[in-house]
Design a protein around this ligand. Structure first.
Ligand SMILES: *Cc1c(COP(=O)(O)O)cnc(C)c1O
Length: 378
């Protein structure tokens, strides 16, 4: 059997058609017809108040850090078990990162540990919706309101995820999504900033357009445009948006395929791996849906994970581990002053992600499932 990859980007077939249309329109820079179609999709169909496509989720996070005016010495609280961009966006503005441990039952941040980390200098909380499973946003928003903090959701993995009937990304002051090829909905590289707080809308447009009021100019609101604020180039080409629009039209199809695969894994493992071999399986709290971004297994120790990864590789299956705790990274470990992060470290050491992509067929999936089970049979 051929090697089963961890991920394989899914193409709906319309991507190149729409790219050709964008090219034929004669305008392929940012905010063209397909960017507008994508914005409408997110605002009208998914119900976000205001969205702006960006070149990546990383860029959307950087925009958010500028918008909430992060200054050197400000403290920003986020999980240690996350991607580097969650932290980098704020480090770039001089923030001090305060890490919070993961939950015992889930790699997402432990909401109950947030309040003890808040100081006079705390400016924002960055919940990361790991595996598209929502953090407890009621708890987080209540704490933020009590201490007047901003909340920026890292919703990179959370497209089509819901927390208590509202889309993930509609709770914080802003939220950042990713359309990187490893996510559910893709454009190669790509992202989006969601703005839920009206106060940030005008300035967000300016920061995204190199600090100019070009967007207002094209709407006819000002008669010439110029340099009015700090900024950068955060908007994607309309070619990227054309690709993305083809994916968005097929959101339901893509999600149904992913959810079916996720359920097959879960049916095969729950009541078996967890009970017989102490493997921790994905936990979906009752307040959140599951967007089937990821199926992961957490083994009882690092040694068993290593042996499992080796076993799967011999069977032609590419499973992969995930984040290394950021407080232990080369970049941060020497300046980190906080306490140990027991659960974050445990996920760093013991978690693997299984192949999950729309074209994973049932023969391949059966092979993955039986290979995992045969590891314990021997
Ligand atoms: C993928 C990811 C990012 C970065 O997304 P890009 O679009 O590649 O910049 C940030 N945070 C999390 C949690 C991610 O999974």
């Amino acid at each position: 059997m051929n090697l089963i990859p961890f991920n394989k980007p899914f193409f709906t077939g319309k991507e190149t058609t729409y790219i050709k249309e964008a090219v034929a329109s004669g305008k392929i820079s940012g905010d063209g017809i397909f960017t507008k179609k994508c914005h409408h999709f997110f605002e009208d169909q998914l119900g976000f108040k205001k969205v702006l496509l960006t070149t990546s989720c990383t860029d959307a996070l950087e925009m958010a850090a500028i918008l909430i005016d992060i200054k050197p010495g400000d403290e920003v609280i986020m999980p240690s078990y996350t991607f580097v961009s969650t932290a980098n966006a704020f480090v770039l503005r001089g923030a001090k990162i305060i890490f919070v441990d993961s939950r015992r039952d889930h790699p997402g941040l432990d909401e109950d540990k947030l309040e003890s980390l808040i100081t006079e200098r705390t400016k924002a909380i960055i919940p990361v919706h790991y595996a598209g499973v929502a953090c407890d946003m009621n708890k987080i928003m209540n704490i933020a309101a009590k201490y007047s903090l901003f909340v920026i959701e890292d919703a990179a993995q959370a497209i089509d995820g819901y927390y208590e009937d509202k889309p993930i990304g509609s709770f914080g002051h802003m939220a950042a999504f990713s359309f990187h090829e490893t996510k559910n909905i893709i454009s190669g590289e790509g992202g989006m900033l969601v703005i839920n707080d009206e106060r940030f809308v005008k300035r967000a447009e300016i920061i995204r357009e190199k600090g100019t009021n070009r967007s207002a100019f094209f709407r006819g609101e000002v008669d010439k445009y110029g340099w009015v604020d700090m900024g950068s180039s955060f908007l994607p080409s309309d070619i990227i948006a054309a690709f993305l629009y083809a994916q968005l039209e097929n959101l339901t199809l893509i999600q149904n395929k992913r959810k079916a695969i996720w359920e097959i894994y879960d049916d095969a493992f729950r009541g078996c791996l967890d009970i017989k071999y102490e493997v921790q399986l994905p936990f979906i709290p009752e307040f959140t849906t599951n967007n089937a971004h990821m199926y992961y297994l957490v083994f009882k120790n690092k040694k068993e994970r290593k042996a499992m990864l080796k076993h799967l590789k011999e069977k032609g299956i590419l499973a992969v581990f995930h984040y290394l705790s950021l407080h232990k990274s080369t970049f941060y470990k020497d300046i980190y002053e906080g306490s140990a992060m027991k659960y974050s470290d445990n996920y760093s050491d013991c978690l693997i992600r299984l192949p999950l992509f729309p074209e994973l067929d049932i023969t391949q999936q059966d092979h993955i499932i039986s290979s995992i089970k045969s590891f314990y049979a021997n």
